[in-house]
Design a protein around this ligand. Structure first.
Ligand SMILES: Cc1cc2nc3c(=O)[nH]c(=O)nc-3n(C[C@H](O)[C@H](O)[C@H](O)COP(=O)(O)OP(=O)(O)OC[C@H]3O[C@@H](n4cnc5c(N)ncnc54)[C@H](O)[C@@H]3O)c2cc1C
Length: 377
């Protein structure tokens, strides 16, 4: 039986980062996944992810985001191909709504740069965008996007350069710990390690079943719509990532990376699903209708002509905040789970935190608000 200092189950968005941080520290580490790095069967695919600092969901995320930015930038320093694109983020919504109030509060509390823009200023600066009457608009210059599959591959490549081993195409059936050693079963392979990190995304309910925490899976859609060739939505024309709070829900999207199409999605909504291995890949007609209403009202220069569609999964906790903790019964097991559709931007720092928890049992980063205690009695 092969033996390691640490094993990481799941080398998607978060596990690949944990693998990298553990390998960087000189630990003998094995990353196990059913699918190859950068695959499209979990929650870390679809080209891009929004990254922002003025976090409206909870102020506790801002210090983590500040560290995440440092780590993304150190990752970008080792390659000429950037993972992080700081194109800025335009956020629009009712002045007293959750989004605008939360963003302003986070920016004030942590002295983050945030520009208040009138509708006229938005439309002059970003000609492809419309601001509904009575809405407020703010622009976060440090916002932008990450290239999601490239991030995962970068973490895995760097980890293997630091001697991490991979077991890809290996579904984990089960793991056991006695608090000092863990045994991981993958078909006819069995691995042993002193510590275990579980970062299994939509499969958290299966690999962390003994915690009895309810994770709700949502089927989510990404749509790419055609834009005109000389588009107002090009990053070179200064087009930002955008996030709108509307009476019909939350919608977001990215600049046109290929000059021909633009990715847009609904953050709210989503249909419940149960089997993460076999999500229904079909289009949700009602959801597409809402997205197209959104585009017609707010990004009128996008053509309602879909060029690509993809399905992805959110793994929701009851309060929509992550769970990042040590296992309550086994000191040598830690996990990140229930990232609730907003976790990728934190991958760099969650990797560091999981490596801290695995190596030392604790982390200097402020994660108390993400403790499993809020769900485990
Ligand atoms: C459509 C969509 C848009 C999003 N937009 C944003 C955004 O703009 N900004 C943002 O910050 N976040 C966003 N998110 C959320 C973010 O992408 C996820 O929170 C994050 O990618 C989850 O990473 P993960 O490592 O938990 O899961 P994954 O990346 O899915 O990794 C889990 C891995 O575990 C493996 N695994 C599971 N079980 C087993 C097993 N038994 N054996 C072997 N391997 C196993 C899987 O194969 C998978 O590779 C979005 C999510 C979706 C779906």
């Amino acid at each position: 039986m092969k033996s390691y200092d640490a094993i990481v189950i799941g080398i998607g968005g978060i596990g690949s980062a944990a693998l990298y941080h553990l390998a960087l520290r000189g630990l003998r580490v094995l990353g196990i996944d059913r699918f190859p790095p950068g695959h499209d069967r979990g929650s870390s695919h679809g080209q891009t992810r929004v990254i922002r600092k003025a976090y409206f969901e909870h102020p506790g995320y801002v210090p983590l985001m500040q560290r995440a930015y440092e780590l993304w930038s150190s990752l970008d320093a080792v390659s000429p191909t950037p993972l992080f694109h700081p194109c800025g983020l335009l956020e629009v919504g009712p002045p007293d709504g959750l989004l605008i109030r939360g963003v302003r509060e986070a920016a004030r509390r942590f002295a983050l740069p945030l520009e208040e823009l009138t509708p006229r200023q938005v439309e002059a600066r970003f000609p492809g965008f419309r601001i509904p009457d009575g809405s407020a608009s703010v622009y976060e210059p440090q916002g932008g996007y990450l290239m999601v599959e490239a991030c995962v591959r970068r973490f895995v490549n760097l980890a293997t350069q630091h001697s991490a081993e991979l077991a890809v195409g290996s579904p984990v059936q089960s793991w056991q710990s006695d608090g000092k050693q863990v045994i991981v079963h993958c078909g006819d392979q069995v691995y042993r390690a002193r510590r275990l990190v579980v970062a299994s995304g939509a499969w958290a309910g299966q690999l962390l079943a003994d915690l009895n925490i309810e994770f709700r899976l949502l089927r989510k859609h990404l749509h790419w719509y055609r834009t005109h060739a000389a588009s107002d939505y090009l990053p070179t024309a200064g087009s930002p990532v955008f996030f709108y709070h509307t009476p019909d829900g939350y919608y977001y999207g990215f600049p046109s990376l290929d000059g021909r199409s633009l990715k847009v999605a609904e953050h709210s909504g989503g249909s419940s699903m149960s089997d993460p291995l076999n999500p229904d890949q079909s289009v949700d007609i009602e959801e597409r209708r809402r997205v197209e209403n959104f585009l017609q009202r707010h990004l009128s220069r996008v053509r309602l002509d879909v060029v690509h569609h993809s399905v992805c999964m959110y793994t929701m906790t009851a309060d929509e905040h992550f769970i990042v903790d040590r296992h309550p019964r086994y000191d040598n097991v830690c996990f990140a789970a229930g990232l609730s559709g907003h976790g990728f931007k934190f991958a760099s720092v969650l990797g560091e935190i999981l490596a801290d928890l695995a190596e030392h049992g604790t982390t200097p980063l402020p994660i108390d608000f993400l403790s499993a205690k809020r769900f485990i009695r």
